[in-house]
Design a protein around this ligand. Structure first.
Ligand code: SAM
Length: 279
């Protein structure tokens, strides 16, 4: 028995089910159930929510989410070896855990989930950014989720919350902060994981806003920031010249000096420029 529930400690689960970590699947497990319960609490009040978890592995965070009262957890795990361990958790929390085996990039869990939906995960590092970008760019806004509580490598977490003028500031920060509140809520050293990864990690909390902070067409904003940060060392008048022949005038019209570089320009100004490009 372990602290937060009546299931065996995670080291025992790993031994019983022979879950030696596989690097190719980004398997760095959290085995401290107090820590996984803490991460679950950072996700907010779960009692009236369904939670989508990607990559439950042996189930440490899954157990945290359930012990913290999640109404229903839907967990997508690619590694078939983990499924029997996860089914044991499902049996301990009848009707509250649905385990789907497959690739989170290919599976659509929508029919298993009822709003309001929160997403919480200690993400496999190799698909973390791709999943985040997908969640941040749905066809319509607000998205199907109300919040994301996600573990990333610290460097990726910094790119999500970065402010203008910093090296980490770029497309990911703009995309995340345009329609969400984004902040780092927990730092974790490599030793928190088994096996320890090479770098530190951090949990980022993103809360969906009802609408964008500043109006802009998503496709135009994406094209604009791709061009601006694709050549981030160049002045904007050069980096953006392919977008409009009179780009210098349009930059000046929205108050951006044509000699500025992308990393100095804030979200509001990028949105104003996107509107000017569409005008
Ligand atoms: N949540 C567990 C924890 O905190 O201990 C495991 C986290 S581990 C960093 C990432 C998990 O994602 C692994 O269990 C791995 O098998 C799983 N995974 C890797 N690629 C996946 C994919 N494409 N779809 C779903 N799960 C995947």
């Amino acid at each position: 028995m372990s602290g937060i529930d009546s299931l065996p400690p995670l080291r025992e689960v790993i031994r019983t089910h022979d879950l030696a970590a596989k690097k190719a699947l980004g398997q760095n497990f959290l085995l401290d159930l107090n820590l996984t319960a803490k991460i679950a609490r950072l996700a907010g009040d779960l009692t009236a929510c369904d939670v989508l978890e990607i990559g439950p592995g042996p189930g440490g965070l899954t157990r945290g989410l359930l012990a913290e009262g999640a109404r229903h957890v839907v967990a997508i795990e690619k590694d078939a070896r983990c499924i029997p361990a996860l089914e044991e958790i499902a049996a301990a929390y009848p009707g509250r855990l649905t385990v789907l085996q497959g690739d989170a990039l290919a599976l659509d869990p929508a029919r298993h989930l009822t709003p309001p939906i929160r997403i919480a995960a200690n993400l496999p590092y190799n698909i973390g950014t791709e999943l985040l970008v997908r969640w941040l760019t749905p066809p319509d806004w607000p998205p199907f989720w109300t919040s994301l509580t996600l573990m990333f490598q610290r460097e990726v977490a910094e790119r999500i919350v970065a402010r203008p003028g910093s090296k980490a500031y770029g497309r990911l920060a703009l995309l995340a902060q345009w329609r969400c509140d984004a902040r780092i809520v927990l730092d974790l050293p490599p030793q928190a994981f088994t096996p320890p990864p090479k770098v530190s990690s951090a949990v980022v909390q993103l809360t969906a806003l009802a609408g964008p902070r500043f109006a802009a067409n998503p496709a135009t904003l994406s094209r604009l920031t791709a061009a601006a940060f694709g050549q981030r060392r160049k002045m904007l008048r050069a980096a953006l010249k392919g977008l409009a022949p009179d780009i210098e005038d349009r930059l000046r019209a929205v108050g951006i000096a044509p000699t500025e570089r992308a990393e100095q320009v804030g979200l509001e100004a990028f949105c104003a420029l996107a509107r000017a490009l569409d005008a």
